[in-house]
Design a binder for this molecule. Structure first.
Ligand code: CMP
Length: 140
């Protein structure tokens, strides 16, 4: 059994529609535990830095516009194989391809306004959580 931590964002489409509790109910039911949480309105610089890996992609500018269009909820999740477990419960990036019962199938509006972000590797999880949280804010 490998207990991991992963980084999660509830995106502006989720906060706008008051869905943060509904989404967290799904991920908590899947066995993941929220061990850190904060609500922020990202600056343009924070969004661009966070998504720097996508800066050459055609959707980068729109993605940063969207991620700064309203508040987000930043979270660290802990659980067994948390990175894969959270990606499984999030569903495919494009909600049209997401399986029934996943967060994106149930809640996402589009590939951009897809309600949640989750780290895709241990390395990125460590980088992403360190960008927004200090060690003493992670309360496992
Ligand atoms: P996320 O996991 O937050 O990582 C990058 C985000 O870019 C992704 O979720 C999508 O919401 C967003 N995005 C917007 N357009 C695209 C696209 N064409 N392909 C992939 N991701 C996209």
């Amino acid at each position: 059994m490998t207990i991991e931590r992963t980084f999660s964002i509830l995106k502006p489409d989720a906060t706008r529609r008051n869905l943060t509790g509904a989404i967290n109910a799904v991920l908590e039911k899947s066995g993941l535990r929220i061990i850190a949480q904060k609500r922020l309105h990202l600056s343009r610089a924070q969004a661009e830095t966070f998504y720097a890996v996508h800066k050459e992609r055609a959707f980068f500018n729109d993605l940063c516009d969207f991620m700064t269009s309203g508040p987000v909820v930043l979270q660290v999740l802990e659980g067994e194989n948390a990175i894969t477990a959270y990606r499984d419960v999030m569903g495919a990036t494009n909600p049209e391809n997401a399986e029934a019962g996943t967060i994106r199938k149930e809640f996402a509006e589009s590939i951009e306004a897809n309600s949640v972000h989750g780290s895709d590797s241990q390395e990125n999880a460590a980088t992403e959580m360190a960008y927004f949280f200090s060690g003493i804010e992670l309360v496992g």
